[in-house]
Design a protein around this ligand. Sequence first.
Ligand code: BV8
Length: 258
Amino acid sequence: MDSVLPHRAAQLLGAARRVVILTGAGISAESGVPTFRDDLTGLWARFDAQQLATAEAFHAEPDLVWGWYEWRRARVRRAEPNSGHLAIATIESRTPDTTVITQNVDDLHERAGTRAAIHLHGSLFTPHCVTAAAHPATFPDPPDGEAAEPHEGGRISPPRCASCQALVRPGVVWFGEALPEAALTTAAEAATTCDVLLTIGTSGVVYPAAEIPRIAASSGATVIQVNPQPTPLDQIAAINLRGTATQVLPTLVAAAWR
Ligand code: BV8
């Protein structure tokens, strides 16, 4: 990480009146929550996440897909927010007009103190039934005596809706499904009017979420990227901070408001 860049990035962040923060799976990696692409360790290595994260997969193999999400939810429950999540909450406290937009389905931003993260791809914690009514559902308590934590790759039958007996599905947006309109509209509007957009821990390849930093750049905002690896967003980022969320964000925030 070049020693000059964080200074410039800190200056811009500290002076910004309107900040947008877009996060991807990378922000939760150091909390022990695997990123989307390496979620498929062990048994899951046989599957392509993009195949599993679809309505078709759930329709064809509900126990396999529900088991995958329950395994991911259990991993999130065991995880704690990291100093990257906490640094983002600090930015919000320093710059009231900050919008946090996440592609993640975990609740680590909320547990770090972010009050109203926009979840473009839903949440592991808002299951609903598969009907158009999408009746909200609650998670069944693990039967006594059974392992409370699903084991990796375990097939678990999804519960039935208490209102209509239809299958309950994870409250996430699958590939081929439309994003929640209000979330996407609010996110795009924030990107259009912000001074600085900080994109953290996303490969920037999944649309339409990947449009958000591009909208900000084309609207005149300064895009700052935090990622240990190059991504397609390198092209539109004015500043690329090559490092992990916990390596970069606490230092950046301390320098912005020293
Ligand atoms: C839709 C929830 C239409 C589920 C997810 C153009 C326009 C519109 C759509 C498309 C389009 N082109 C193609 C499409 C279709 C598709 C798409 O984008 N496909 C891609 C693969 C090309 N998009 C869709 O299907 C979307 N729907 O467009 O519907 C429509 C409209 C009307 C009516 C009907 C239909 C829906 C997409 C949402 C899918 N759901 N998640 C679940 O989680 O199971 S996507 C999922 O993968 C994530 O949410 C995230 O968005 C995406 C990518 O993951 P990332 O977060 O970026 O994580 P990744 O692992 O990829 O990368 C991690 C990064 O972190 C890396 O860069 C790594 O270097 C970095 N990193 C690692 N460690 C750290 C770190 N960084 C910092 N610190 C660290 N420690």
